[in-house]
Design a protein around this ligand. Structure first.
Ligand code: IVH
Length: 703
């Protein structure tokens, strides 16, 4: 060992660091070779790890000394036990979908309205293929690749840096001058057809499972704990977006993507800039025609507003940007036999018919189950058991039965009789009347409530799902097993699992599929969720009609769980202030409000929530910007706004931590009134509420 290594990294001179990095790289490479190729290591794993750690510490202190072919860049590191997590500095968003030309037109119109553009003003978009792979985020600091992560839930992904470094299309160091200090490049990891087929042939020969399609192969290859396996899989990468950046090389989408190319990335050669909806659709058609000849899978065309200042103003709704949309290609279809129909009971008691199909390949994936939606659909499409049916699959959505091929009937097909009792608990299953009409709801629901095991289990699965508590190691399979053994009956039991296990004769660690380590990890993962963001907590309760977006709205409005529960109990009285406050929230309609109040009117639910709150602590949502003078204030917009559209005004106010309400009440802090304001302005004046013009409002929020 060289004498310099006794010097702490913090005290190394640059010259000494350079020398040591070179020596270390050589030494590590020799050990790698002995370990991986000759199966004959000469040092212990711990000593080897110490060498690598020292190398990484020096590299982190002097990133510009990183060797292009140094150990960090090379595969052959010992397999990891599991991936570390990476919090994305900017969330990784998904895209809203357009399915036909009309949706594309609506998209462009929506943007024009939001930005208040004059009809003659040019609105340019980029149009490019939507690659069917998996997205990844690459963080460069001072031009050197430091972290690479998967998308994960959009907020937090898995650290797959070593694996991404094995992909030839991903530069380890950005090319060119004036590279920003922090530069996160995002794009799609994918596998080309030819490589996919070759990989499957190899897998088959080695007696290993084959992949259903290139996307699964790419995902499976990237998420390998041993990066030498990833290195042996031919993955590729297209750069098409970015995350946190200390500065941008251009002020248009196209300009930035072209800069990516200059920095050493592959960009998609089919990308175009267009200025009319007709041209967007033209590009969609052209790319659609090219699709069959491309060497990789694509599933649509993505349009993005070209001007970045407009992207900024448009912002995003929930998880997708307002400035981009994916125009999907029509779903792929196949024909097969409907062998039977099963009934599944969901979280809210809905009975869903599931088609049991003779397995068939649709768009590269074997399908044997598909949804039939509800009993009216089966009747409307005149689907019989034994029919040949058309099945379709579009991207990630559940495969669906499109309809029967009546010409192939033999006469032996049978009508399906939809059950009127729950197949799981035997309770009555009924179709409710739609509010205010004599029409029946399309969905038949089990009336067993939480006494129905199917509903209870589905609620628990929802509770631990990704957008809810997201407990690592506790997925649907485990929830089913734990429910079956009586370990978990309601959400609070999840947090009592460890205590309960210590009192049981049959320990979890002794059960098949579990061991000391996995049980310890599970308990740790559960404990890690004892503090949970309020929006996740509300969403996790599984209240009908309350999705992740409504969860966020409620969290923002009520601040803390105890306040939320108290207000919802008060709101049971339809004459109460709490009820009118709930209905005043912009984005919450009557049906949603009713569902929330009904949920809390149910004793079972109140008890389950109270028990849960003995175990967990809610974390209020951070007000987006607490320094803003409108953070926490309730704002109402009325009349015509002239400088921005109503949606832009609302989005801006919310991003500054304000709550936007649809009607004026004593709780309103500010009324922003444009020309033509009427009853709301009058009411605000009567209540002595601060009233601002649009100009005054903009001045107040500083922009
Ligand atoms: S842009 C903020 N462009 O589609 C917008 N996404 O459905 C970020 N994808 O998670 C995405 N090709 O994995 C964009 N040319 C493309 C894409 C693309 C494929 C994927 C990406 C994203 C998903 C959203």
């Amino acid at each position: 060992m060289s004498a310099t290594r006794s010097v702490e990294v913090a005290f190394l001179s640059k010259a000494a660091a350079k020398k040591e990095l070179k020596e270390l790289a050589k030494e590590i490479a020799e050990h790698d070779k002995r370990y991986h190729q000759e199966d004959a290591p000469v040092i212990s794993d711990a000593d080897y790890d110490a060498l690598r750690r020292r190398y990484e510490e020096i590299e982190a202190r002097f990133p510009d000394l990183a060797l292009a072919d140094g150990p960090a860049q090379r595969v052959g590191a010992a397999p990891l036990e599991k991936f570390g997590k990476v919090k994305h500095a900017k969330p990784m968003l998904s895209l809203d979908n357009a399915f036909d030309d009309g949706d594309v037109e609506d998209f462009a119109d929506r943007i024009r309205r939001f930005l208040n553009l004059k009809p003659q003003e040019e609105l340019a978009f980029t149009a490019e293929p939507k690659i069917d792979g998996l997205s990844a985020s690459l963080r460069y600091e001072k031009g050197v690749l430091v972290t690479g992560a998967t998308r994960g839930d959009g907020q937090e992904g898995e650290d797959v840096t070593q694996n991404l470094m094995t992909i030839g299309d991903i530069p380890h160091r950005l090319e060119g001058k004036d590279i920003p200090d922090v530069f996160e490049v995002r794009g799609e990891v994918y596998m080309a057809h030819e490589d996919f087929f070759a990989l499957n042939t190899r897998q088959e020969k080695d007696g290993k499972p084959v992949f259903a399609n290139p996307r699964n192969a790419a995902a499976g290859s990237l998420r390998q704990l041993d990066s030498s396996v990833t290195a042996s899989r031919p993955l590729r990468f297209f750069a098409y977006a970015w995350g946190e950046v200390s500065s941008l090389p251009a002020d248009t989408q196209l300009g930035v993507i072209e800069a990516f190319q200059a920095m050493g990335f592959e960009i998609n050669p089919l990308m175009r800039r267009v200025t009319t909806v007709a041209d967007m659709i033209e590009v969609y058609k052209t790319i659609g025609e090219t699709r069959a000849n491309l060497s990789y899978d694509i599933d649509g065309v993505v349009y993005k507003v070209d001007r970045l200042d407009w992207q900024e103003r448009l912002g995003f709704v929930s998880r997708s940007p307002r400035w981009a949309i994916a125009h999907k290609f029509p779903p792929e279809q196949a024909m097969t036999v409907l062998e039977g129909i099963d009934i599944q009971v969901g979280r809210t008691g809905a009975l869903t018919p599931v088609a049991k199909l003779r397995p068939v390949t649709v768009g590269g994936v074997v399908v044997s189950n598909a949804t039939l939606h509800n009993e009216d659909e089966i009747a409307r499409k005149e689907i019989l058991i034994g029919d040949w049916v058309i099945v379709q699959r579009a991207g990630d959505v559940i495969p669906q039965v499109v309809g029967p091929v009546a010409s192939k009937r033999t006469g032996s097909e049978k009508k399906f009789k939809f059950p009127t009792t729950c197949p799981v608990c035997g309770s009555n299953a009924v179709r409710e009347h739609k509010e205010g009409s004599d029409k029946l709801d399309a969905v038949r629901r089990c009336e067993g409530g939480l006494t129905c095991p199917a509903q209870a289990v589905e609620r628990l699965k929802h509770f631990v799902s990704r957008e809810a508590f997201d407990i690592e190691g506790l997925g649907s399979k485990q929830v089913e097993a734990f429910y079956g053994e009586g370990r978990i009956k309601e959400p609070a039991d999840i947090f009592k699992l460890q205590r309960d296990d210590s009192e049981r004769d049959e320990k979890l660690a002794d059960k098949e599929g579990w061991g000391e380590t996995s049980v310890r990890n599970l308990f740790a993962a559960i404990d890690a969720r004892r503090e949970v963001n309020l929006d996740r907590l509300i969403f996790a309760l599984g209240i009908r009609h309350v999705g992740a977006t409504t969860g966020r709205l409620l969290a923002r409005t009520y601040g803390r769980m105890d306040n939320f529960v108290e207000q919802m109990e008060l709101a049971a009285d339809r004459g109460s202030e709490a009820w009118s406050d709930l209905n005043a929230i912009d984005g919450i309609g009557l049906i949603v409000a009713e569902a929330i109040v009904e949920f809390f009117a149910e004793g079972h639910n109140r008890e389950a929530v109270a028990a849960l709150m003995q175990e967990v602590k809610d974390v209020p949502l951070e007000a987006a910007d607490l320094s803003s003078p409108v953070a926490g204030k309730t704002v109402v917009f009325t009349g015509k706004l002239e400088l921005m559209s109503r949606s832009e005004a609302k989005a801006k106010a919310e991003s500054l931590g304000a709550k936007v309400a649809g009607s004026v009440s004593a709780k309103t802090d500010i009324l922003v009134a444009g020309p033509g304001a009427g009853s709301k302005l009058k009411k605000a004046t009567e209540l002595g509420i601060e009233t601002l013009t649009e100009d005054e409002w903009l001045k107040l929020i500083g922009g």
